[in-house]
Design a binder for this molecule. Structure first.
Ligand code: OGA
Ligand code: ZN
Ligand code: ZN
Length: 440
């Protein structure tokens, strides 16, 4: 924000800011000599050559001790705060936008680390035609659009603004507000980008999105996945049929009850997003209802009420396993994870839990086993808390899309005919689609 009003006031004509008359010392000097060179150069930056040549009051200075270039905007009527933007010299050299250093077609850094000198010295800085132009001591000329720079300046705490494009939105925990998902229109999602964007944004925030009017075509789920990105293929296939099968390779392929679980926790990276599409489900016989629970909400409840149990589930490793045959022919998948995987800030980032796929191998010290089972049981109970769980019976042509590592799903036993189609998506490509739809 600080530089924006300032830049708007720049005269259209090329604007010469200032020259940095830095000594032409070899950029890669020995560490012992470097300090002295920087001290000498500091005085040069505050000498007469540091005076702005612009009537708009803009100037660039370099602190050669900290190796930071600062763009100053000293306009008196600037109410937006101090208009100084800081850029480390090493970062500037690394991120040179000239056509030698940066390939604009692939939007990639072409400069090799082999050719990069993190101690490169700067000789000259000018602003012309909305660009900061730098002349480095080795003769290389770099250029940087000012609006591009403005979005990337540094504070003590790092680059600002924070890169909000990077991550998923922070989840809205269901227990913090009365989450009552309304159904989005499935046809709109397939034909209208704004509707698809709404689906993806809600999925990031709430972890569960329901669609109706999606039809009962067995191929529609594949089309939806391809509208987002593409389905993640697993040993159960690309799009899998969830129905009662003889010799079931998975308990989902029976008519039995399934407790709250995440799918495929025996992967190093279990599927991020799951889709379940109800093709048909006999209305006249009971059962086949699904429940969804916000596992992040339940985990926070556990953290509040039983911190020692939370800690145990966040640290003890649980083995999960799947051994059978299906789309991949014979398979034996095996992995261990904490039930509650924490992120760097201590927030719950991913849940791995499937009672049916939890291995009988339990590599815990004898004295921790009892507490481990009690913690598992407590967390399972908390999932059913009505503050963050809901039950519904999907009708033909309805679809649930949910974050597998957050929103756990379950099913009651059923009778009669029932066919769901299932698929998985990955966050990377799904977030990519969201950014593209947002024009980021
Ligand atoms: C699954 C599953 C639930 C259902 O396929 O992973 O849990 O409603 N299915 O059949
Ligand atoms: Zn360059
Ligand atoms: Zn499942």
């Amino acid at each position: 924000m600080p530089l924006m009003p300032l830049l708007r006031r720049l005269p259209a004509a090329a604007l010469q800011l200032r020259f940095l008359q830095l000594p032409q010392a070899a950029p890669a000097v020995a560490a012992s000599a470097r300090h002295q060179r920087q001290s000498l150069s500091t005085s040069a930056t505050t000498g007469p050559s540091a005076q702005p040549t612009s009537p708009a009051g803009l100037q660039a200075t370099v602190d050669v001790d900290s190796r930071v270039l600062t763009l100053h905007g000293a306009a008196a009527d600037d109410q937006a705060g101090v208009a100084t933007l800081n850029f480390p010299l090493a970062w500037l050299r690394d991120n040179c936008r000239c056509s030698l250093c940066h390939n604009s077609n692939s939007d990639s850094r072409q400069l090799l680390m082999n050719d990069f000198d993190p101690t490169a010295a700067l000789t000259e800085a000018t602003v012309e035609a909305g660009q900061l132009q730098l002349l480095w001591a080795d003769g290389h000329r770099g250029c940087y659009p000012l609006d591009w720079l403005r979005a990337r300046h540094f504070t003590e705490d790092g680059q600002v603004p924070p890169d909000l494009r990077l991550s998923k939105s922070i989840p809205r925990l269901w227990r913090d507000w009365p989450f009552r998902p309304d159904f989005l229109d499935g046809q709109a999602v397939m034909s209208d980008d704004a509707a698809l964007l709404e689906l993806l944004q809600r999925l990031e925030l709430d972890g569960l999105v329901l669609l109706d009017n999606f039809g009962t075509d067995e191929d529609s789920l594949s089309r939806l996945c391809h509208r987002v990105a593409y389905p993640r293929r697993t040993h159960y296939g690309v799009i899998f049929r969830v129905e009662s099968k003889p010799g079931p390779s998975n308990l989902a392929y029976t008519t039995g009850r399934l407790g709250f679980h995440t799918d495929l926790p025996y992967f190093e990276h279990q599927p991020d997003i799951q889709l379940l599409h109800c093709i048909r489900q006999t209305r006249t016989v009971p059962g086949g209802e699904n429940s969804f629970a916000d596992g992040f909400s339940a985990a926070e409840l556990l953290r509040d009420r039983r911190p020692e149990q939370f800690h145990l589930l966040a640290t003890a490793l649980t083995n999960f396993r799947d051994r059978n045959s299906d789309d991949l022919d014979k398979f034996h998948l095996l992995q261990r994870h904490p039930v509650l995987e924490l992120g760097r800030g201590g927030q719950v980032r991913r849940i791995h839990l499937s009672n049916q796929q939890r291995d009988s191998v339990l590599r815990l010290p004898l004295g921790r086993v009892q507490a481990y089972y009690e913690a598992l049981k407590e967390f399972n109970d908390l999932l059913y808390d009505p503050g963050h769980s809901l039950q519904l019976r999907l009708k033909d042509g309805q679809l649930a899309v949910f974050e597998n590592g957050r929103v756990l799903h379950s099913r009651t036993a059923y009778q009669g005919e029932r066919l769901f189609m299932g698929a998985y998506l990955s966050w990377d490509e799904t977030l990519s689609r969201r950014r593209v739809l947002q024009g980021l």
